[in-house]
Design a protein around this ligand. Structure first.
Ligand code: ATP
Ligand code: MG
Length: 492
């Protein structure tokens, strides 16, 4: 065990001990060590109060209202740059079931462990007795946490019902740990979760969001979603997903909408994709239940990507995800239904498509589309088409697709054409961009200058007409889908 604990952590604990306090390794890092995993961060618990910790470590920051002091170390490893030292605490009262009313410091490690959620998280390791080298590490494990870790069991400390009533976030945490660690939830704990599921409704949404995020980022994120549904917690987290339960699809699918969304997430998680891609994969078809027409092999879901993007925004806003995440996920869902047929779409069409979805989004969009395809359970012959599109995207990737990639900007246009600021400048830029999307060679400075002078000669009406015509072409990809969908060749 000694070799697993970095010298920086031992140094922090050692100094506390030298000042007459006790110091223990606690929480996730100890659990990880006992499981033979690499800890994500390092937490130390002590009987020293925050002020005392700060005076022992002048280079420290008092981090939060829970008595945590962050101690800076000179480690290279980013996980070790800050060691968190938290004063022993007792369970605070949760009158609103959301936040503890107050922080009560405790005197002993046993008291501190008693307020922790699960046995696997209620273990402490005393790091030696004052020596930095750390002889005689001693495990404090009053609830049989080590045994539960070995048996891969999640079990509450004490009476499960009481513990979930104290803080219902623990319902989410149990599921999150099951997905993260591949553990089973012990029977009594599980039964209490089923009975107390409704408590989750009053939990502060940002706390739910943080656990949900960790769950989605877990290797077995899918299991997390299925457990949430089994225990009837999903209705408090993402009820939109539940609308897809039992909703069958058409001949292109073997799974219900719910199963398909979950399987798309499964693929995204397996690939180690980002949170946005996982959320977009999970939610990509939430618009289907509301847009379903007909039944059986020929049922359709026209417009489900638009409806789905709106529903995803609603779900993610409810969970207080950041604006940035919400917008990115909604955008991916909104554009996940693009049509592509080898030979039918020109490089200019691909550039327009990239211009429309945004060059920074295209790679993520392809990943969501892949998750959609694999998650359908019948991935057919499409990979060739997708590989071809990927090839086309790579080919046109460095071509200019947005106004800021044009060889001239608004200032240049005004100067070259000798015109004042006004709508005409924007119209000229828009027409130039359309022409450059058609032929990137036209993004050359001299060509652009000549073209700016020509365009400046045109009347406003003529310019507006050119621009309109160009805009119509932007729909090349999307019109493609609708037509194909009508022909029922590509009814996803
Ligand atoms: P991770 O490795 O994901 O950080 P962790 O176990 O360290 O896992 P944290 O959320 O960082 O999880 O919490 C640190 C410790 O604090 C937990 O191990 C647990 O002992 C305790 N804890 C956290 N949240 C709660 C809670 N809601 N109720 C009781 N104890 C909690
Ligand atoms: Mg932690």
């Amino acid at each position: 065990m000694k070799s697993d604990i970095p010298k920086e952590v031992r140094a922090v604990a050692g100094l506390l001990e030298q000042h007459g306090f006790s110091a223990y390794l606690v929480g996730g890092c100890l659990r990880d060590i006992l499981m033979g995993r690499d800890p994500k961060d390092w937490d130390v618990a002590t009987d020293a109060e925050p002020g005392q910790v700060q005076s022992i470590f002048p280079e420290s920051v008092y981090e939060n209202q829970f008595g945590t002091v962050g101690i800076k170390t000179d480690a290279e490893d980013p996980k070790l740059k800050i060691v968190e030292v938290t004063t022993f605490r007792l369970e605070g009262k949760y009158t609103d079931k959301r936040h503890p009313d107050e922080v009560v410091f405790a005197r002993t490690i046993e008291d501190d462990l008693s307020r922790r959620d699960f046995t696997m998280n209620a273990i402490a390791l005393r790091l030696g007795s004052g020596s930095i080298v750390g002889d005689g590490d001693e495990l404090v494990d009053p609830y049989g946490g080590e045994k539960d870790i070995q048996a891969k069991t999640i079990r509450t400390v004490g009476e499960p019902k009481e513990r979930f009533n104290e803080d219902a976030l623990r319902l989410m945490r149990a599921v999150r740990f099951a997905a993260e660690l591949g553990f089973e939830i012990e029977m009594n704990t599980r039964r209490a979760m089923e009975q107390e599921a409704g408590l989750l409704e009053v939990i502060a949404k940002e706390r739910v969001r943080d656990e949900f995020t960790k769950m989605l980022m877990a290797p077995d994120a899918t299991r997390g979603i299925l457990l949430l549904e089994e225990m009837d917690l999903l209705r408090y987290v993402a009820p939109e997903l539940r609308d897809g339960l039992g909703v069958t699809q058409n001949k292109h699918h073997i799974y219900t909408v719910f199963e398909h969304n979950v399987r798309a997430l499964e693929y995204a998680a397996k690939q180690g994709y980002s949170l946005e891609i996982r959320l977009a994969s999970l939610l990509h078809d939430v618009g289907k239940p509301k847009t379903k027409h007909g039944d059986g092999p020929d049922s359709t879901f026209y417009g489900h990507e638009r409806v789905g993007a709106k529903l995803a925004v609603r779900a993610l806003e409810r969970l207080h995800f950041s604006r940035d995440v919400i917008e990115r996920v909604a955008h991916l869902i909104r554009f996940h239904m693009f049509y592509y047929n080898v030979g039918e779409v020109s490089p200019a069409g691909v550039r327009r498509f990239i211009a429309r979805v945004g060059p920074e989004t295209i790679d993520d969009l392809m990943k969501v589309r892949e998750a959609d395809r694999i998650g359908s359970g019948v991935p057919k012959a499409v990979p060739y088409k997708m590989r071809h599109l990927q090839f086309m995207i790579e080919k046109v990737k460095s071509d200019p697709v947005s106004p800021k990639m044009l060889g001239v900007n608004g200032e240049d246009v005004m100067r070259i054409a000798g015109i004042e600021p006004g709508p005409k400048v924007g119209q000229i830029i828009a027409v130039l961009l359309e022409e450059v999307l058609d032929d990137p060679k036209r993004n050359d400075r001299d060509t652009l200058e000549v073209r700016v002078r020509e365009l400046a000669e045109l009347s406003d009406v003529e310019l507006a007409a050119m621009r309109r015509k160009a805009e119509e072409r932007k729909d090349e990809f999307e019109r493609g889908i609708e037509e194909e969908m009508k022909k029922k060749h590509w009814v996803q």
